[in-house]
Design a protein around this ligand. Sequence first.
Ligand code: GLN
Length: 507
Amino acid sequence: MELLSLLSAGEITSVEVTQGYLDQISAEDGAVGAFLHADVDLALSKAAEVDRRRQANEPLGRLAGLPVAVKDVLCDTQMPATCASRMLENFRPPYDSTVVAKLKEADAVLIGRTNMDEFAMGGSTENSAYQLTRNPWDLERAPGGSSGGAAACVAARMAPLSIGTDTGGSIRQPAGLCGVVGLKPTYGRVSRYGLVAFASSLDQVGPLALNVADAALLLETIAGHDPLDSTSLDEPLPAYSTLVERPLEGLRLGIVREHFAEGLNPEVEEAVRAAVAVYESLGATVKEISLPHSKYAVATYYVIAPSEASSNLARYDGIHYGHRTDISAMQAELATEQKAFLAAGDQIAVDNMDSPLVRMYRRTRAEGFGSEVKRRIMLGTYALSAGYYDAYYLKALKVRRLIRQDFDAAFEEVDLIAGPVTAEPAFKLGQMSGDPLAMYLVDLYTVSANLAGLPGISLPCGFTTSGLPIGLQLQAAPLAEETLIRGARMFEQATDWHQRRPEKKQS
Ligand code: GLN
C-alpha cells in the first residue's frame, strides 16, 4: 500500500496522515454522515506514539500509523459500541474484540466508529437510530447497508481502510453501491469474539478498502484462529498481502444461469458481462453453471437470520446491560392501571397484570429497539415456536444444506463464480423504507455465500450512465480467499474503475 510505504520510509508521518483524514471527515462527513463517533484526540495520540516509536527504530505493527475506521458493532474499550441502537446508547465495552485487538497490535490508528443499520439488520443504513448515511456518489441515495458508514467513509476518502460485518451481504452490498472493495471471509476465518451478535451462524467480519491489495492486507491483519471463538477455524493463514499480486493461471470462471434472470438492471448486467469478457481476455475460461436452490436463498435466510437474532437479542432485557426503562415511571403506570381496573371492579384484569419485572422487560425493549429489529425478533420467535419450528426453522436448515451442496458441486468445475452484487445500483433514500420485503429482496445475490459459509468479494466493475457505481461479485470455495483476492486483483489491474472517485461534497 502506497501510504504505508510512505509512512515506513519516513516520508510522511502518521500524525500528518491521520490529520489529513480527520480534515477530510470535517469537510465531508457533515454531508455524508458515515461516522457515529470520531475520536480526534485518541487518533492523534496513537499517531504520535507510532511516529515516536518509528523515530526510535522500535519494531512496529503491520499497519503502523494507518487510520482504520470500525463499524460500531465491534467492542473496543476506548470507544462506544452502540450498534446504532438506542438499546446500547451508553454502552462502553469492558473488553476489546479480537479484531480490534489485532488492529491495535498492528499499530493501526482507530479513527472512529461507523454508522450501520441497527444491530446490522438492514440494507440501507436507514435503520440506524441516530442518523442517515448518504451515498458519496449521490447524496440523495442510500450507501447500502448494513455497513453503510464503513463503505461510505472509504468511498469519500475519510478513511483508507474500514472494518465491516456481513451476515447476508452487509459488506459486499454497500461496497458495491459505494464503488469500493468489500470482502466477506469464509465463516470462521475471522474471529467473532467481541462482535455484537446478529445471527451467529452467518456473521463474519471483513475489510473494506479502495482496492483489492489493501483489502488483502487488512484481511491478513484481522484473520486467524482464535480460541475465544468456538467457530473460529484453525487453518493456516496465507500471506494474502503478498499473494494478491500473483495472477491466477488457467482460471476457470463460473457464471450462474439463475443470476441473469428477470429483474436484473440492464446496465448492471452489461457491466457484469463486460467484466466476464475482461477475464476471458486475461486467459480465463468461462463456464455457465447452475445453482438450482439459489431461488430459495432469500426465504431461507429470512427464517434463519431472524431466528438466531431473536435468541441473541433476548439478552437486552434492561438488566444485564444497555437501556433500562425509567422504573419509577413504570411503577406509576402499573399503579394507575391497577387503580382503574379496581375502580371498574375488574379483578381478573388485576390478576392478569404484568409483574413489575415483566413490565420492565416490555418497556425496556419497546423503547430500546427500532421497528426493524422488533420485526426480526417477532419473525424469529414465530419461526422457532413449538408447532412452527419444524415447518420453518428446520426446513430452512435443510434448504441451507442444499444451497451449500449446489456450491460444492459448482466448485468442482470452476475456481470462482462471478456475478452481480445487487440487481440495481444505489437506490434513493426512503425508497424502500416502507416496504421491508422489497428491502429483503435486495439481498438476492449476497445471502447464499453466508448460508454456505463461502468467501465473497465485491469490487467496482463499472458505472451507470447516471454515474452510480456497479459492483462485481466473486465467490470462492470455503477457505479459498487466496483464489478470491488473486482473481479480483487480476481484474482490478486490467481496469481502472476502482480509481474513480466521487466529487467533493459540500457539508
Ligand atoms: N440485509 C441483510 C439483513 O438485513 C443483511 C444484513 C447483514 O449482512 N448484516 O439481514
